[in-house]
Design a protein around this ligand. Structure first.
Ligand code: EPU
Length: 340
């Protein structure tokens, strides 16, 4: 473990905003993690963990030490005739893991293909797409307790997973570093085609009994067509969560806007499409200071080349205010803001 000073982070977030860290190190092993934590404690530095950088907005200067997990070791912990339990390091790329597991005949993650970011970050916001959330497959999360320097396994059911959220994003944000994750996957081919857009795309390509690989390829194609390519137009995916409102508010909005997409949540609440609200408020393609709302998908804030993290947050606030004024609905941003 080697600590560097004054390290540029511009290429370490998919939003590509200019940023630098006072101190920076990469960690792979348990001893690296402990050394990094010791360094922070001994030098009285705040510690920030930066994974794949696909769900963060960075300020110009990150004070203290930025710890970047790397490494893609996978361990097969146990297997039965029907399932496997695997443990993968936090630094592994999520999309690589999804494709690797499918190739090995370990099924379940196919709908989550092409999501940028690292395995350690995936449980933090409970990554979800096309009708599947990672929470369904998390057996446990191995963490380093930053208060006690002890490693522990936290069971999936204790992580507080809800839509785009977990305790790691809330009360545990400064408490635990995710070192690795354990996933339980099926050895029996299984597919989830409940999401309407996915089901329609499969049928349109004549795949009436799709294999897990068919689902993986179809989701990858839908995403490539719908979402701006992070390499061509830096972005952090969905910038806003789909807002959850009372069923009565959802119904009164639906009466005014009949094509507003609604998703069931529970007996009291409905989820609205943030993209629809933003587009209907006239903000799709809106330009801010070096950043804007994507022409391709209204949920995505794109960095057109020279935006600061602060400018992205300012644009997001403009979107929130405009949607609030038009629909009376409060949008919440999805990325984690660091150093602003
Ligand atoms: N829509 C618009 N304008 C747009 C785009 C979409 O009005 O520019 C409306 C359309 O009516 C469309 C509906 O929004 O039918 C839903 O769009 P989409 O299927 O893209 O889903 P989403 O609710 O906007 C969520 C996730 C995505 C995930 C998709 C598919 C959130 C915040 N976002 O988007 O996640 O890929 O569902 O499951 O829940 C990400 O996390 O980076 C991400 C892209």
């Amino acid at each position: 473990m080697h600590v560097e000073t004054g390290v540029r982070l511009d290429t370490l977030s998919t939003l590509g905003v200019p940023s630098s860290a006072d101190y920076f190190c990469r960690v792979t092993s348990d001893s690296d993690w402990l050394e990094a934590l010791d360094y922070a404690t001994n030098h009285d530095l705040p510690l920030t963990i930066l994974g794949g950088g696909s769900n963060v907005i960075l300020g110009d200067q990150i004070r203290g030490i930025v710890v970047h997990p790397v490494g893609d070791d996978i361990e097969l912990i146990e297997q039965t005739g029907k399932s496997v339990l695997i443990e993968v390091l936090a630094g592994a790329h999520w999309d690589w893991l999804v494709r690797y597991c499918n190739q090995r005949g370990w099924y379940g993650l196919e709908n989550l293909v092409s999501i940028p970011g690292s395995c350690g970050a995936a449980p933090v916001q409970n990554v979800g797409a096309y009708g599947v959330e990672i929470a369904e497959f998390i057996d446990s999360v191995r963490v380093l307790d930053l208060h006690t320097s002890m490693f522990a396994h936290i069971q999936g059911q204790d992580c507080g997973f809800t839509y785009r959220d977990s305790h790691f994003k809330g009360p545990w944000r400064d408490r635990y570093a995710i070192v690795s994750i354990r996933l339980r996957l099926s050895k029996v081919p299984m597919v989830n085609t409940n999401y309407a857009a996915l089901a329609n795309a499969l049928v349109a390509t004549g795949l009436h009994e799709p294999s897990p690989l068919d689902v993986l390829n179809t989701v990858a194609a839908i995403r490539a067509a719908k979402l701006p390519d992070v390499h061509l137009m830096p972005n952090s995916g969905s910038f806003f969560k789909n807002p959850i409102v009372s069923i009565s508010q959802a119904q009164s909005l639906k009466a005014q806007y009949p094509d507003l997409p609604l998703y069931d949540v529970d007996a009291q609440n409905s989820k609205l499409s943030a993209a629809y609200l933003i587009e209907t408020a006239g903000l799709k393609g809106y330009c801010g200071d070096g950043c804007g709302i994507s022409q391709q998908h209204a949920l995505v804030l794109v960095n057109e080349g020279h935006a600061s993290g602060a400018a992205c947050v300012e644009l997001a606030q403009h979107v929130i205010n405009t949607v609030q004024a038009k629909f009376g609905v409060t949008l919440h941003i999805e990325p984690v803001v660091i150093g602003l």
